[in-house]
Write a protein that binds this ligand. Sequence first.
Ligand SMILES: Cc1cc2nc3c(=O)[nH]c(=O)nc-3n(C[C@H](O)[C@H](O)[C@H](O)COP(=O)(O)O)c2cc1C
Length: 285
Amino acid sequence: MKKIIVAALCSVFSLHCYAADSVSHASAPKGSSVKEITNIDAVTSASIVPKQLRKPIVQTGFTDGSAKKVLFVVGDPRLDSSLEGFLVATAAEFFKKKGYEVEVRDLYKIGFNPVLTAENFYHAKDGFGKTPDDIKPEQALVSKADYIIFCYPNWHDSPNAITKGYMERVFSKQFAYRDTPKGLEGMLKGKGVYTIMNAGWLGGGQGDVGDGIGKLDKVWDKYLGAYKVVDDDTAGFWGTANLGRFVNDQSPSNTDPQYAQKLKALGELLDQHLQRDFFQRPEKK
Ligand SMILES: Cc1cc2nc3c(=O)[nH]c(=O)nc-3n(C[C@H](O)[C@H](O)[C@H](O)COP(=O)(O)O)c2cc1C
């Protein structure tokens, strides 16, 4: 009996993988090593964008010109094939079409070291000593940027380690904030920060607080409200405006025959949210 159950389970699993293959073409050939079995994502919440639907992340780089500048700080080990990567490519395209300059820091690709070591601790905390060599170019980019967009998949409800490390090491004291007789003061005034985060389960919404889809909206608003508290606080600390988040909690599974349509709709929705969050913000009184 046991053997029959195991055999049945195996065949169900291989059917799933086969179905995933036929839609995503993302799986490795038979006999591949575990490292190459990418189609396992088809049976978890992470989806793989089929090759023919992927778009490259195109950047212009920053010039000394007067065009507005958007810095994408991206932490995703599967950027080429992930939905997060698709969202980054879509957002970069959106700002380029607006005539903005776009710079993308792919933290895994550049091998960014996110660890705040004992040696550099007092630099980050108090601004003491020399700025570490690997942090100088990052601070130069942040200084030039009008907007900084943090992009990462949701791993345990916070910026993932590589992105969080960027925040800790690059946004150091005497660069992002300083002491004044009145207390701490943010030094990055006039800039805006935003987050683009793909998620696995936060109540099913797409966007920010109030952007639930009519099911589990209380759950969605609870999660997104919690992120807003943290984002407002961090942005305020640096003196920047918090422009909010685009969180996607509606990933099509790789077995979805409507994957292409759903991906297109996701891209269009992100465009609408960027338009709303960056260009239709209510004036501050
Ligand atoms: C280590 C890890 C932790 C995760 N934790 C959460 C979580 O706390 N909440 C959540 O909504 N999704 C969580 N997920 C699911 C991912 O957010 C989801 O798979 C991801 O957004 C898929 O996006 P991608 O295909 O762009 O990588 C986690 C995934 C991983 C790998």
